[in-house]
Design a protein around this ligand. Structure first.
Ligand code: ADA
Length: 572
């Protein structure tokens, strides 16, 4: 268990630990104007971590400024690895700016020149939301914009002409035939020989064709063991340069995922996707979930007989995806967005940042067999004409990187002017019938009857020549309940009503072969607004979790476990 890729020939310094820290409120300074001179560091803070979940800074907006030293063994190029930052960040080495990170939640790397010896690294992280500065985060997003460095931070010393990552594509899951694509940005040659070793076997020389800085070869994995949810077998490949100056080690799974006649097939077998939307969020850790929480979440999902997780609404932790690979979960990973309308879709910077972060997401997560679906632009206004252009660009961006996985986006507009479903491979519908839009005098039972009616409407609306063969997923549906709010009257906000609502959702899904997937909204209550909008988000949380934010189960968990177990049995 370790974070792949590995570069065994390089010296890597893990910078996780205690950093000097100071908080600068947004009234004092903005990231755009920040420079690290004359900063007095008044305390300590851990990285990775979110400063605005700690008691002194909970809910505050501004700059968390972190500082520590690191040393390198020789003159050359260093590479800073950041597992993700929110919302925006600047990095300085010895007072000099080396990077502006305006890709929230994305795993990023920055190369910078260093001399042998000790250096000072400063990370200035802003949790202020300012779309003019960073067009990827808006105040209306229904999840809290924590401030911190997420998942990991490290510095690596690069050799000359370093190897990049190796992306492994399954060509034939039954024979273990794969394509290796190694990034070799500084190689002018058209052919190159590299040493390849699978699963610790002796290395073999392979000839690669180099095009546009990528070296490609096709080969067969010895003793191939396909990856599947039932048998999540994984393989390792080590690629080494002939002069042994650099090597990269990747972990991957041999599996095929494709769409055919309303189904998503994994190694030729139709999938029934049952699970949840899951935010990386916790009251104690913010968006920087420790491995213990990730493992606990997956154990809880397993107990509910889930096999599917939609990583809403941003690129996921690589550690979490590694665990999904190990445990056989199926994941929909998407780039960051939430309900973006016309003003975003027609904003050049917004669109170019969407393309940049989506490409990076695909490259970062390419080798995770658990990732079976790429997504983007959650609930964008896909009834707008400009949405077609942007969704077209994003599907092109993904397909230029990866033709091995289907693409989707979660639409809230089916039946309300939806224009874009033909552009993607899988139709995904976010819908809350009987939760939103009820009449004030509406009784709970009548709310529940709306669920089947809505599913009938959606199935009818997509029964067109262009759409009828595309798989259909209900990508969000749910009702809120406050943990511990119990009442025999089973009215909205009680655990009883939430359980009745989800029971009806599962009943309706189980009876509809047209629907091949369900992601309930959502796994655990997650912090959202801190402003007046929280009027409809009690406690400033999105309370539709089946667990509360501390992963304490609500009554609905029993309902889900029974329903999902029965649905799975029916299919097996
Ligand atoms: C939308 C959105 C989710 C959440 C949900 C809700 O579908 O995609 O992030 O806000 O609504 O709880 O209403």
């Amino acid at each position: 268990m370790c974070a792949y890729p590995l570069f065994p020939k390089r010296r890597t310094v893990d910078l996780a630990g205690v950093w000097d820290f100071v908080f600068l409120p947004e009234s004092l300074v903005k990231l755009i104007d920040f420079s690290p001179e004359q900063i007095e560091y008044s305390e300590f803070m851990p990285l990775p971590g979110c400063f605005d979940v700690t008691p002194d800074y909970a809910g505050k907006r501004g700059l968390g400024v972190y500082r520590r030293t690191f040393s390198v063994s020789g003159d050359g190029i260093a590479r800073l690895h950041v597992g993700g930052a929110t919302v925006s960040a600047k990095f300085f080495c010895d007072g000099k700016l080396i990077a502006l990170d305006d890709l929230p939640y994305s795993g990023v790397t920055y190369d910078f020149p260093v001399s042998a010896g000790e250096h000072e690294l400063v990370a200035a992280v802003e949790n202020r939301i300012d779309p003019d500065f960073n067009p990827l985060f808006y105040a209306g997003y229904d999840f809290y914009a924590f401030g911190g460095i997420l998942r990991s931070i490290s510095v690596e010393e690069l050799p000359d002409f370093p190897l990049g990552r190796c992306r492994v594509t399954t060509l034939d899951w039954q024979t273990g035939r794969v394509r290796l694509a190694v990034d070799l940005p500084e190689t002018p040659a058209e052919k190159i020989e590299l040493q390849i070793a699978f699963d610790g076997e002796p290395a073999k020389l392979e000839s690669f064709t180099v095009r546009n800085g990528v070296a490609v070869c096709e080969c067969t994995v010895p003793n191939p063991a396909p990856w599947s949810p039932e048998s999540p077998c994984l393989h390792i490949v080590k690629i080494e340069k002939m002069d042994a100056s650099d090597a990269v080690v990747e972990r991957f799974g041999i599996r095929e995922i494709r769409c055919e006649k309303q189904h998503i097939l994994l190694n030729g077998k139709p999938l029934c996707l049952l699970g949840y939307n899951r935010h990386e969020s916790h009251p104690e850790f913010g968006a920087n979930l420790p491995l213990a929480i990730s493992i606990e979440d997956l154990q809880l999902l397993r107990k509910l007989h889930c096999n599917f997780i939609r990583g809403c609404h941003y690129p996921q932790s690589q550690d979490f995806l590694d665990l999904c690979d190990d445990m056989g979960f199926l994941v929909w990973e998407e780039s960051l967005a939430w309900g973006n309308g016309k003003e975003c879709l027609e904003n050049e910077r917004f669109v170019s940042k969407q393309i940049e972060q989506t490409r990076l997401m695909v490259r970062n997560s390419f080798n995770h067999p658990s990732v079976i679906l790429w997504g983007f632009l959650n609930e964008t206004h896909s009834f707008e004409p400009s949405a077609r252009t942007v969704i077209g660009k994003l599907t092109e961006t993904i397909r230029a990187e990866d033709r091995s996985r289907p693409i989707t986006f979660a639409s809230m507009s089916i039946g309300y002017g939806e224009q874009c479903l033909d552009l993607v491979d899988v139709i995904s519908c976010n819908t809350y019938p009987g939760w939103y839009g009820n009449q004030t005098d509406e009784a709970p039972d009548s709310m529940l009857t709306k669920i089947g009616t809505r599913f009938d409407d959606v199935e009818r609306l997509i029964d067109t020549p262009k759409l009828r063969d595309k798989p259909l997923i209900i990508s969000e549906i749910g009702a809120a309940a406050l943990y511990g709010c119990r009442d025999r009257m089973a009215i909205p906000w009680t655990e009883e009503f939430q359980s009745d609502y989800v029971a009806e959702v599962c009943r309706q899904i189980a009876a509809r072969p047209r629907i091949c997937g369900l992601a309930l909204w959502h796994f655990a209550d997650a912090r959202t607004f801190k402003v007046n909008a929280s009027l409809n988000r009690a406690r400033g949380f999105n309370n539709k979790g089946s667990f509360d934010e501390y992963r304490r189960p609500k009554a609905v968990c029993r309902t889900v476990a029974d329903a999902f177990s029965a649905m799975r049995k029916k299919l097996d």
